[in-house]
Design a protein around this ligand. Structure first.
Ligand code: GLN
Length: 538
């Protein structure tokens, strides 16, 4: 019998209340008390994974070591816990149905009518318990995406109801996150939406054990008592989640509210120690008391939605704290860059990051931005498409190959300095077919990256189809664009840098996915340091 305990986090009243951050904060507190914890996200949409989604839909697509394209909340889980997630940590309705339909085609249901209950709900239950069954975790926290009452959430809520019944009261609990809105006309916080939301959950047979109430103002004692009485939870189980200036404050806020203690009590668990948040708090201390500041231009085409570059922004926070500087990220839309205004706009910057992306829109602006950084000794980090743009810019403006391009943007270019790998050419399916997940890379000695990582071989996460074209390698190297990271199996170039520039690095992979509070990514740390040095010279 598994001894794993299960915590389910549901949401009510409104979306975007920060279920992922609450789940990650509770996990952090339990981890800091010595428990082995993981978090899982169940997404009720029908896409098999978010890999085919436009970033405007749900923000960035986060990639795990095992190559899963997942919800960005998994990024928060890794950043908070410093524990790796995998495909099993993110399940969508599409994946559930795909698996059930495949089983039906194989005849595994022995002639039965395949139905939402029990077949879809059983598949959901299996996916939840998969993480707990192998004995790696004491506690599995499962976050249910969406809001209770949504049609598409129903099978998940039913699966939670059944699991709770099967696991027994001591082994499972439900945390319901709701909103307590403030009506400025009445100068009052209102509990009614929360009452209705808890009632909706009850209609599906689930009684919330803990209420986490998102609010802009402190909840008074009276209001907490009222919420407890009308929502049928213990008084101590009404937890306030007030707006925070940084998500990294939330674990301490939840500690003060006692979210971890009510959780442990309900699950009949005794902690070995009080939460040890020393390293976390040291990070917060540095994050909140910067000694100087730098301004980094983030050049991308999805800049209207901050969530599109979530992991990059968080990696800057980790690297900023490490360097004791405040990193101001200035969004620069790659479609709104023109060479006439670049000098004026970019001269205020201490570094440029050209972001990942797909498709032709905005790429000429990215090329112009790289050129400015290269010619003006401005620290530069190019990530994925950003690295590809650095290669194209070098080909065009240093090697003089005016039509150099990527076959993604110009399939018929005579000079495909970035091109599809042979094994990608026959692929027609879009989902899950890119070069994904962790790949090893050998680093050149005496290079920026060799010094930054302090290792000979690294493993970083990828998500792309196009590659540096090795037939141009000799020309590039001769002209000063050095290939300093190579895949040992395929010989593919993963990193380029300019040794004569103060700090110019392009990486085909995504370092941002691996930056955590406990382990800020070395490349971001070094980039921010270079920006700090640039700023101090101004
Ligand atoms: N569009 C490019 C490719 O597919 C880069 C992808 C990215 O930046 N993640 O290779």
């Amino acid at each position: 019998m598994s001894t794993t305990k299960y915590i389910f986090v549901t949401g009510g009243v409104s979306s975007s209340l920060g279920k992922g951050i609450i789940a990650a904060s509770l996990a952090k507190l339990l981890q800091a008390r010595g428990f082995r914890v993981t978090i899982q996200k169940l997404d009720p949409y029908i896409n098999v994974d978010p890999g085919t989604l436009n970033p405007y839909e749900h923000g960035e697509c986060y990639v795990t070591d095992d190559g899963a394209e997942t919800d960005l909340d998994l990024g928060h889980y890794e950043r908070f816990l410093n524990v790796k997630t995998s495909q099993a940590n993110n399940v969508t309705t599409g994946r559930i149905y795909q698996s059930v339909i495949e089983k039906e085609r194989r005849g595994e249901f022995l002639g039965k009518t395949v139905q939402v209950v029990p077949h879809i709900t059983n598949e959901i239950k299996e996916r939840v318990q998969l993480l707990g069954n192998n004995g790696d975790y004491d506690i599995v926290i499962t976050e249910i995406g969406g809001t209770v009452g949504d049609i598409e959430s129903l099978p998940y809520i039913e699966a939670v109801r059944q699991l709770r019944w099967e696991l027994g009261d001591d082994n499972a609990l439900v945390i319901h996150l709701t909103l307590v809105p403030y009506l400025s006309a009445a100068k009052e916080l209102k509990t009614k939406p929360t009452q209705h939301s808890v009632k909706t959950l009850m209609e599906s047979g689930i009684k919330a054990d803990i209420l986490v109430c998102r609010t802009e103002h402190e909840l008074s004692d009276d209001l907490r008592t009222k919420l407890a009485l009308f929502c049928n939870v213990k008084r101590e189980a009404v937890i306030q989640s007030i707006d925070a200036s940084t998500i990294y404050d939330v674990p301490n806020m939840m500690l003060r509210e006692g979210l971890d203690t009510v959780t442990l009590k309900k699950l009949n668990l005794t902690a070995k120690n009080e939460p040890n948040l020393q390293r976390w708090n040291e990070f917060l201390q540095r994050h909140k008391n910067p000694k100087s500041e730098v301004r980094i231009g983030l050049i991308g085409k999805y800049v209207e939605l901050q969530d599109s570059y979530k992991s990059i922004l968080e990696a800057f926070i980790h690297a900023g704290a490490e360097n004791e500087v405040k990193v101001h990220v200035e969004y620069i839309h790659s479609e709104h860059i023109d060479s006439a205004t670049i000098p004026e706009r970019f001269s205020k910057l201490d570094g440029i990051l050209v972001a990942p992306g797909f498709g032709e829109r905005g790429i000429e602006g990215k090329v112009d931005a790289v050129r400015y950084a290269r010619e003006n000794d401005l620290p530069f980090l190019g990530i994925c498409l950003g690295m590809q743009m650095a290669v194209i810019e070098y080909a065009r403006n240093v090697l003089g190959i005016k039509d150099a391009n990527s076959t993604e943007m110009s399939p018929d270019t005579q000079n495909p300095v970035i091109s599809l790998m042979e094994n990608q050419k026959s692929i027609t399916n879009m989902g899950g077919t890119m070069r994904l997940g962790a790949w090893t890379c050998d680093l050149a000695e005496d290079s920026i990256v060799g010094n930054v990582y302090g290792e000979k071989t690294i493993a970083e996460r990828h998500r792309h189809r196009y590659e540096y074209n090795n037939s141009y390698k000799e020309q590039f190297e001769k002209a000063g664009l050095r290939a300093t990271g190579t895949n040992p199996e395929t010989g593919l170039v993963e990193i380029v840098e300019i040794p004569t520039h103060p700090w110019f690095v392009g990486v085909q992979y995504h370092p941002e996915y691996k930056s955590t509070v406990a382990n800020p990514h070395p490349l971001f740390v070094a980039f921010v340091k270079a920006a700090r040095e640039h700023a101090s010279k101004k």
